[in-house]
Design a protein around this ligand. Structure first.
Ligand code: MN3
Length: 228
């Protein structure tokens, strides 16, 4: 039973000055790795565990004959692995992003009024998230619209509701920003938009969301069906 820590598609210092090299290094090699290690340990309690992170994200309800605590650990640690693998994909060095695609702009305008209003709504969700967690821009497959949601701890949005295809997520745990921003979560959130990879987000939206395909992470950490 082994999950690999995905390789980043950019060096640790590539997101400077928005996210500093030390934060990226610790976040990737210690925090993300720790979730993988804990997931592997937890899966020792499961009969015939699978080496597919997507299985635990989407099918945790089907896991049989384990204690409630083990199920909770699986949700926490598989979320920790999946959420971070996704997060590394949706960022790129400042100024290197492809422009956002027209299809996504149309949906953003329809759901939020404008791109700026979407950012404003996302930021207020991120700032008001109590404790640690994630903020998500998602496609809602049932209502055919975009939505912003927050999840506590390492909960993955699709573990809570499979109607959503996440197209962008933001880590608002203190470990994601504390070395540089200290307690100033608000500035971290505002600056972070400068390193969003809209090329990748647009591909996820067009290739997966609009085709109602779930977001799945490949064993190497890339997104299934998306070539970055
Ligand atoms: Mn994190």
């Amino acid at each position: 039973m082994a999950f690999d820590l995905p390789k980043l598609k950019y060096p640790y210092d590539a997101l400077e000055p928005i996210i500093d090299e030390e934060t990226m290094k610790i976040h990737h090699t210690r925090h993300h790795q720790a979730y993988i290690n804990k997931l592997e340990n937890t899966l020792k309690n499961v009969e015939q565990p699978l080496e597919d992170i997507n299985y635990y994200i989407y099918n945790w309800r089907k896991i049989k004959n384990v204690k409630y605590r083990v199920k909770t650990d699986i949700i926490n640690f598989s979320g920790g692995h999946f959420n971070h693998a996704f997060f590394w994909n949706v960022m790129c060095p400042q100024g290197k992003s492809e422009p956002i695609c027209n299809e996504l702009t149309v949906y953003i305008n329809k759901a939020f009024g404008s791109f700026d209003k979407m950012v404003e709504t996302f930021n207020s969700a991120a700032e008001s998230l109590f404790g640690s967690g994630w903020v998500w821009l998602c496609y809602d497959m049932i209502d055919d619209t975009l939505a912003i949601r927050k999840t506590p701890n390492q909960d993955c949005i699709v573990t809570r509701a499979t109607r959503f295809v996440p197209i962008l997520n933001l880590d608002v745990w203190e470990h994601a920003y504390y070395l540089k921003y200290k307690n100033d979560r608000s500035t971290y959130i505002k600056n972070w938009w400068k390193i969003v990879d809209w090329g990748c987000v647009s591909k996820i939206f067009v290739k997966l969301a609009l085709n109602k395909k779930p977001l799945r992470i490949n064993p190497d950490g890339s997104i299934e069906g998306i070539n970055n």
